[in-house]
Design a binder for this molecule. Structure first.
Ligand code: FMN
Length: 381
């Protein structure tokens, strides 16, 4: 009597506690964030992606797909998946099914690269579009000796912006194409507003040099991204929409003179649309993969945003647990750890060692190597 039967020997890790994200009952706090893998030959998702995502799917766990282009003109890299054509939508279905078969959730990250492109990727060899006509400087890239070079962009004319907003809307509709209640539709979409791509090219004042209502003030620079949020939310329901932002990142020369003001303004503005989640990249990730010392934090945005908050960038089990325990976030994304540990959740649960990622195989076109051949715990035992 008085004894607590079945008392857990140790306290449950904060990352392993359930969380209700809107209508989605998540059974733990680990998120697999978007990671481009460039194995979607000719922009068509391939069957090997079903294996890859299914390996990483868990019951009640959230996966966000690699960035997925919304139109031909949205492309800037070889073999990234698309979601603008019927064939692409059909090709996504077995991948989505494979995640649902494991009772996981999967959101599609919808993407337009803007000026991070070249004439070769553009229909009829046209100029890529952006907020500006300034060309992006050549950029060093993982797994390549030569820096990536870009073509001079064309500044979008004011009246053309609604056309691009519409492409995001259609991509979101395509992601829901099979109907909300069918097993093969995505559970929602994540608007890619991070890392110096099109929406970020409007938000960040180091790039945006416009003088119309989409440039100048913070409100003006954020207008395009918020129009996309509104259009996508109206199309598929705000309860299925997330956005990714990286106000502090400088990737693809996307710096801003006041990232905190930008992040807070976006977090507050997003509340108007009642979207499901805001996924923010930590200030320490100035570049996508490199961590820097900083005193800045995402707390002001966490406090400002009313929906689910997801943090990403440089997390391991320990500081992920800490972030949840201290209520600095609801969910934590683990990018490279998920890439190289398909059974990451289990490894966290068992406190098992982790496999290190191999940068050289990130973007190989190979359907297996560096993709679906990372070991499971059983294999290493
Ligand atoms: C190979 C690779 C591809 C990535 N592709 C994307 C992408 O498509 N979209 C995106 O928003 N972030 C992308 N990222 C960034 C990750 O989502 C994540 O923010 C980053 O890896 C930092 O988190 P980590 O320290 O947990 O790995 C990519 C990162 C890697 C390593």
């Amino acid at each position: 009597m008085g004894e607590i039967l079945d008392a857990p020997h140790q306290q449950t890790m904060p990352l392993l506690t359930p969380y209700k994200m809107g209508k989605f009952n998540l059974s733990h706090r680990l998120v697999m964030p978007p990671m481009t893998r460039r194995r979607s030959w000719n922009n068509i998702p391939q069957p090997h992606a079903a294996v890859y995502y299914s390996q990483r799917a868990t019951n009640g766990g959230l996966i966000i797909t690699e960035a997925t282009v919304i139109s031909e003109a949205a492309r800037g890299y070889q073999d990234t998946p698309g979601i603008w054509s019927k064939e692409q939508v059909e090709a996504w279905k077995p991948i989505v099914d494979a995640v649902h078969a494991k009772a996981g959730f999967i959101f599609c990250q919808i993407w337009h690269v803007g000026r991070a492109s070249t004439f070769e990727y553009q229909p009829n060899g046209q100029a890529p579009i952006s907020s500006t006509s300034n060309v992006l400087k050549p950029q060093l890239q993982a797994n390549a000796e030569e820096p990536a070079k870009f073509s001079p962009p064309r500044r979008l004319r004011t009246h053309e912006i609604t056309l691009v907003v519409n492409q995001y809307r259609l991509a979101a509709r395509n992601a829901m194409e099979a109907g909300k209640y069918f097993i093969s539709s995505f559970d929602g979409v994540e608007i890619h507003g991070a890392h110096g791509y099109l929406l970020d090219q409007f938000m960040k004042d180091h790039i945006n040099d416009r003088t119309d209502q989409y440039g100048g003030s913070l409100e003006n620079r954020c207008r395009f991204a918020l129009e996309v949020v509104e259009a996508v939310a109206n199309e598929i329901g705000a309860d299925r929409v997330g956005i990714r932002l990286s106000p502090y990142a400088d990737y693809l020369d996307s710096g801003d003179s006041d990232p905190t003001a930008l992040g807070v303004y976006m977090a507050e503005s997003l509340n108007k649309y009642g979207i499901l989640y805001c996924h923010m990249v930590e200030p320490r990730m100035k570049l996508v993969e490199e961590s820097f010392e900083t005193t800045e934090s995402l707390l002001p945005m966490r406090k400002a945003f009313k929906g689910t908050f997801i943090v990403a960038g440089g997390y391991d089990k320990e500081d992920g647990n800490k972030a949840v325990a201290e209520n600095r976030t609801d969910l934590v994304a683990f990018g490279r750890l998920f890439l190289s540990n398909p059974d990451l959740l289990k490894r966290f649960e068992l406190n098992a060692p982790l496999t290190k990622h191999n940068r050289n195989t990130y973007y190989l076109p190979d359907p297996v190597a560096g993709y679906t051949d990372y070991p499971f715990l059983e294999d290493t035992a």
